[in-house]
Every structure is written in structure tokens, then in C-alpha cells.
Design a binder for this molecule. Structure first.
Ligand code: B12
Ligand code: SF4
Ligand code: SF4
Length: 411
């Protein structure tokens, strides 16, 4: 079904008033755009002036120098433009910042290891937000250009070198939380950000949004990989969201146990945030947040596209998702995972997935697990997977059957 949005007539501001540029007309335009945005489903709308983000320059350059972008090399491109969007277009003057909500995660109350279920971050369910939110934000930009033909607009939803949370904070949509998400007192943080950069000069808020984290440290304490620091900063290379989505190669072995059953993104630092409590209470239980790992391990390319093709999950591709699912199976401690992993070792075409399946089998004791690894060692053609199999056999034997593998002298 194609949704059709019709801009209500009442939102139209008299063009002559705008061309006149009167304060009243600008206030009216802001109000009208806000109403239109609300009708399109945005819950927060704010306006701010573009200024170079001088206060972030040192931090960001140091961040890049430390390699914190990891495999997100696109973050290294055009750092100057990130700090000042006017480098792209000198006419730009203001940002219209928008927040579009998604349902808070409410997974079914299950014992995931016994049911072998993964977890998907709430933002990734449903149609890909890059498309949905971008389309709606463009409708607002179109309204602006319809009313003011001289208006220049550039629309972004996580689609360009823009520090989206910075502009949202400047437009008073919320504050940078200790979990580094933008949080609003009434809407929590379960929303996407979008922005329209324009040459129209909107008024900036007189005061910044006050920080409301106070003495709370829930997110720092509950982050499984200790990716969050106490100063409103994150080490992305430790973040499960990065590891399960953006990181394309093998997941560092020492971090795998911390992933638990997260197979795409992570919501923990938002789930434990008190500002999201109301949204969580209001959300309906959604079984799609906890998909069956057995089903995922059986997805071929075609089935993967069929199930996730229109969602944000495509970003990690089939091989990334199955890599993550294999890790979750290894973390389950449930021996029912072994036959699934054994099948993967024998039949999976992607070396990356076989490698993680080998690690996962290595998390289990017993004859069946050991035999699966020995079989794989004898048949595996890929050197990277072979190394994982060896490591898995060694970790098993070091912990449980010291005599099984005399070659494990290095463990
Ligand atoms: C790269 C990226 C990631 C990376 C890195 C995260 C990060 N915090 O940078 C990874 C893959 C880990 C990630 C994960 C997630 N992301 Co993300 N991500 C982005 C992206 C594309 C760029 C962010 C960026 O520029 N990072 C660069 C570095 C330098 O940013 P930073 O480390 O946070 O540093 C900032 C602060 O530290 C601040 N700062 C520096 N010093 C100080 C000092 C003080 C006192 C303060 C307050 C701030 C501050 O300045 C820096 C620049 O703004 C944005 C979209 C966009 N274009 O903005 C979405 C975005 C931030 N992500 C989003 C989401 C939804 C998520 C996840 C929740 C998804 C999930 N469920 O798995 C997680 C949350 C993880 C987390 N705790 O942050 C949303 C956030 C919406 C919101 N309400 O804030 C965005 C805005 C996308 C969107 N359009 O909606 N993401
Ligand atoms: S998304 Fe998960 S891993 Fe990343 S900072 Fe938040 S709690 Fe930590
Ligand atoms: S959990 Fe607490 S410290 Fe973390 S972002 Fe939310 S309010 Fe701030």
C-alpha cells in the first residue's frame, strides 16, 4: 500500500508575508511546518542556526586519529563538512531538526537460551527508516520550497556527513545522554533523527535543553562491553551495535561472550534509561524482537532477502546476521545448539559464518561437540576457519579434556 499524504490547506502561509520576512511570518512558518511534521508522525520539531561546531573539533579529530571509526571509514570522510555543513553549500543558514518515533522494544518474556532466540534492536524492525523517514522529511522540505521558491533544502536521515544529534541538541529536541543518544524528557530516545538544512533563517532557541541524566549511571553499569565512558562518550569498537552491524570481519574473540543473544544492534543502554520507561510500558509485546536462531541459521540468500530485504537488517547482509546468530548459539549454553552449529560447519558456504560456528561449538563440552570440531578440522578448506577450529578445539581441551589435542601447547 502506498501512503498518500496531503498537506492541509490551513498550513499554507501567505507567500507575500514570508517574502517580507517579518518576524510574525517566520513564526507562523515555523508553526505551520511543525504542524505538518506532526501530522506526518514526527514527535519533535526544532529549528536552529548553523554555526561551525568549533567545540567538537578537537574531540572529533582526536577520535578519528585514535581509529575509533573502526570499519566505519565513511565517518572519516569530509570531517570539515561534518563540523560545518556550509562547506557543502555556503548558502545554508538553519537546520530543521525532526524526531520520528519507533516502538520501544518489548520482547516476549522468554528464557532465550532454552528457546534459542536472538535479539534484534527495535529500530531495525519494520520498513527501513532511511526510506520511510527520509520520504516524510522530504515532504516537509517540499512544503518549504512550495511556499518559498527561493528556499534551498537538503534532507538527511543518517544519509550524509552530518552530526545529527548535535543539530537536534541545538534545536532543543533533547540532550546528549550518557549513552550518547539524544533524549527528550517526554519522548525518551526511541526516535530517529532527520534534518532539513536550509538557507531560510529560522530563529534559534535562546537556551539549550538542560541535561537530565543527573546522578543516573544505569547505561554505564549495564553496557555488557563497557563501551560507554562516564563523560557522555562511547568507544564504538566495543559497542555491540557496531560489532553486529558495522564490523564486517570476525568479531574479536574476547568480546563474543559479551554479545549474549544480540544479533543485530543493541538496545540495552536505552532499555535501562529511566526516560524510556513510559514508552516501554506503552509498547506492545513484539515476538519479532526475539527471532528463532534455528530459523535464522537456515536462511539462504533468497530467504534472507525475503525476510529482511526491506528492513535495516540488510545492512549486515546474510553472512553478518548468521555470524552473529552463531555467536548467540555459542553463548546459549544449550546443547540443542550443537546440531545447528554442526550443520553450519558442514554445509554453510560463507567462511565467516563457519568460523563463528566453530567458535560456538568450542563453547560446549562433550563428545558430540568435539566430534563436530574434529570432523570440521579434517574437511575445512579455508585457512581462517581452520584457525578458528584449532582455537576452538584447544579451548575445549584446555578447559575440559587436556589429553585430546597434544598440539594445543600455546593455550
Ligand atoms: C556512527 C553511528 C553509530 C555508531 C557509533 C555511535 C556513536 N555514538 O557515534 C554505532 C554503530 C556504535 C551506532 C550505534 C547506535 N546508533 Co547510531 N549512528 C551513527 C551515526 C551514523 C553517526 C554518529 C557520529 O557522528 N558518530 C561520530 C562520533 C564522533 O560521535 P560520538 O562518539 O557519539 O561523539 C559525539 C559526542 O561524544 C559529543 N561530545 C563530545 N564531547 C562531549 C562532551 C559532552 C559533555 C557531551 C554531552 C557530548 C560530547 O560530540 C561527538 C559528536 O557529536 C548517526 C547518524 C548521524 N549521521 O549522526 C547514527 C545515530 C546516532 N544512531 C542512532 C541509533 C538509533 C543507534 C543505536 C540506538 C542503534 C541500535 N539500537 O543498535 C545504537 C546506539 C549506541 C549508542 N549508545 O550510541 C540514532 C540516534 C537517535 C537518537 N535518539 O539519538 C542516529 C542519530 C541515527 C538516526 N538518524 O536516527 N551508531
Ligand atoms: S548499544 Fe549496547 S553495547 Fe552499545 S553502548 Fe549501548 S549497551 Fe553498550
Ligand atoms: S540511563 Fe541514566 S545516565 Fe544513561 S542516558 Fe539514561 S538517564 Fe542518562
Amino acid at each position: 500500500m502506498v501512503e498518500v499524504y496531503r498537506r492541509p490547506r490551513s498550513l499554507v502561509v501567505p507567500v507575500h508575508a514570508l517574502l517580507h520576512g517579518s518576524i510574525k511570518a517566520m513564526a507562523q512558518l515555523e508553526q505551520n511546518l511543525t504542524l505538518w511534521a506532526q501530522q506526518l508522525g514526527f514527535v519533535l520539531v526544532g529549528f536552529c542556526r548553523i554555526q561551525r561546531l568549533d567545540n567538537r573539533e578537537d574531540f572529533f579529530k582526536q577520535w578519528l586519529a585514535e581509529g575509533r571509526a573502526g570499519e566505519m571509514t565513511w565517518l572519516e570522510r569530509e570531517p570539515e563538512r561534518r563540523l560545518d555543513p556550509r562547506i557543502l553549500d555556503a548558502r545554508l543558514r538553519s537546520v530543521i531538526s525532526l524526531a520520528y518515533p519507533y516502538p520501544a522494544p518489548r520482547p516476549p518474556l522468554i528464557d532465550w537460551p532454552s528457546e534459542l532466540r536472538g535479539r534484534i534492536a527495535a529500530y531495525a524492525l519494520g520498513p527501513d527508516y532511511h526510506d520511510v523517514v527520509l520520504r516524510k522529511a522530504r515532504l516537509i522540505a517540499d512544503t518549504l520550497t512550495a511556499e518559498m521558491p527561493e528556499a534551498v533544502t537538503r534532507v538527511y536521515v543518517d544519509t550524509g556527513p552530518v552530526f545529527e544529534r548535535e543539530w537536534a541538541a541545538a534545536a532543543r529536541l533533547g540532550w546528549f545522554g550518557r549513552n550518547t543518544n539524544l533524549i527528550n524528557r517526554y519522548h525518551g530516545s526511541y526516535f530517529f533523527l532527520a534534518e532539513i538544512l536550509t538557507n531560510i533563517e529560522f530563529d534559534a532557541p535562546s537556551e539549550p535543553y538542560r541535561e537530565h541524566c543527573g546522578s543516573c549511571r544505569n547505561c554505564l553499569q549495564r553496557c555488557p562491553t563497557k563501551a560507554l565512558a562516564n563523560d557522555f562518550k562511547i568507544e564504538p569498537r566495543l559497542c555491540i551495535s557496531y560489532l553486529t552491524i558495522e564490523h564486517r570481519g570476525p568479531i574479536p574473540i574476547k568480546l563474543r561472550p559479551q554479545l549474549g543473544n544480540w544479533i543485530f544492534g543493541c538496545d540495552i543502554c536505552q532499555e535501562v534509561c529511566p526516560w524510556n520507561n513510559d514508552a516501554t510500558k506503552a509498547a506492545a509485546v513484539n515476538p519479532d524482537l526475539a527471532p528463532s536462531l534455528a530459523e535464522l541459521m537456515k536462511l539462504d540468500d533468497h530467504l534472507f532477502r525475503q525476510r529482511f530485504g526491506k528492513t535495516a537488517v540488510t545492512r549486515t547482509k546474510r553472512r553478518g546476521l548468521l555470524r552473529n546468530a552463531a555467536v548467540a548459539l555459542g553463548n546459549s549454553g544449550n546443547p540443542a545448539a550443537i546440531p545447528l552449529l554442526k550443520y553450519t560447519l558442514e554445509h554453510e558456504p560463507e567462511p565467516l559464518v563457519r568460523a563463528h560456528a566453530a567458535w560456538a561449538v568450542g563453547q560446549f563440552e562433550g563428545r558430540i561437540a568435539r566430534e563436530a570440531l574434529f570432523w570440521a578440522r579434517a574437511h575445512e578448506p579455508d585457512p581462517m576457519v581452520k584457525a578458528e577450529i584449532e582455537a576452538a578445539i584447544c579451548s575445549q581441551s584446555a578447559a575440559k579434556v587436556p589429553s585430546a589435542t597434544p598440539s594445543c601447547t600455546t593455550t
